[in-house]
Design a protein around this ligand. Structure first.
Ligand code: GLN
Length: 303
């Protein structure tokens, strides 16, 4: 069986296994059809495999946290880890609970508190934060058409009480420096980035290629930094389900409440999958099942 045939075979399980609930706490996300499904894989030598709604854009949500982290890490290097830790949390993505005992230092940059600190760092560096963020995404993907979904961003801004609480709580520990509304605005735009599975797999391919863009040859981050970004994804990318994801899929990965998951095998390939219904941990239910099948039948895992 070739790769495309295996993708089709794995997809055939969808009707029976499409349980879960499409996110609605950001109201605009609830409008997406629960039956949507796409997958796109691209290898570091640029072979591409696609199935289903792989060209259709969706809200990548927390997957974008890896991109903002990459930008902040490029600028701050080791200094960044004074403000955000690299430990798995074992708590939901929007949890406040550990911040008190951890003195306002988020456990990792993949949960909301950590991603908000990373955005706070970037606001100190970027002249035009949203424009500079998109320019970075365009340089990674080679695709100038990628943008924010303004409806999703506005919808999240209107329902941001919890993220606002995280910001103010961390500010009380001295770990937030910028204005709350400016920070939330940037964070909500970050999460609203819209991409297809194809664009997502291409954007993240540098992390499977030792930090170098296979498309332009540009070294985005060093090999050493790439190792660390992938380690953070492996241990924290699926929040309190990171263990389960490592156990079942065996790749560094990052999920978002838009139903996307991106995963990669260093020096080999990157794969993005999209299925909107989420499990109770906020990760794509069928996305995880599909990737488990994918690493079992197509690509190898890292283990
Ligand atoms: N924008 C979402 C939030 O802050 C991101 C969460 C996610 O994708 N896990 O709640």
């Amino acid at each position: 069986m070739n790769v495309n045939e295996i993708l089709a075979k794995l997809h055939a399980k969808l009707p029976a296994e499409n349980t879960g609930v499409v996110a609605s706490y950001i109201p605009e996300l609830a409008h997406v059809g629960s039956e949507k499904f796409g997958v796109h894989a691209v290898t570091v030598d640029q072979r591409e495999y696609s199935f289903g709604d792989a060209q259709e854009g969706f809200s990548i949500q927390s997957i974008a946290k890896v991109l903002s982290l990459t930008m902040a890490y490029q600028r701050e290097n080791q200094e960044l880890w004074k403000r955000v830790d690299v430990e798995p949390s074992g708590t939901p993505f929007n949890s406040l609970i550990q911040l008190e005992s951890d003195g306002g230092i988020p456990r990792n940059p993949m949960n909301n508190s950590g991603a908000l600190v990373v955005c706070d760092v970037l606001l100190n560096y970027l002249a035009d934060p949203k424009k500079d963020l998109l320019a970075f995404v365009h340089s990674l993907s080679g695709d100038q058409s990628i943008g924010f979904n303004e409806k999703v961003a506005a919808s999240e801004r209107e329902t941001s009480s919890r993220n606002r609480a995280l910001i103010e709580f961390m500010r009380s520990f001295g770990n937030i420096h910028n204005d709350t509304e400016r920070l939330l605005d940037f964070y909500c735009s970050l999460c609203s980035i819209e991409m297809s599975c194809q664009q997502l797999a291409q954007t993240f391919l540098f992390l499977a290629n030792e930090g170098q863009s296979p498309f332009t040859g540009e070294q985005i981050v060093s090999k050493k930094m790439t190792k660390r970004l992938n380690a953070i994804m492996q241990l924290c990318g699926l929040y309190d389900e990171a263990g389960e994801f490592a156990f079942r899929v065996g790749l560094p990965g990052k999920s978002g409440v838009g139903g996307g998951i991106v995963a990669l095998r260093p020096r080999d390939y990157c794969v993005a999958v999209w299925s909107p219904p989420l499990n109770p941990k906020g990760n794509s239910n069928f996305g995880m099942t599909f990737l488990e099948g994918f690493t079992s039948e197509v690509g190898d895992s890292i283990f």
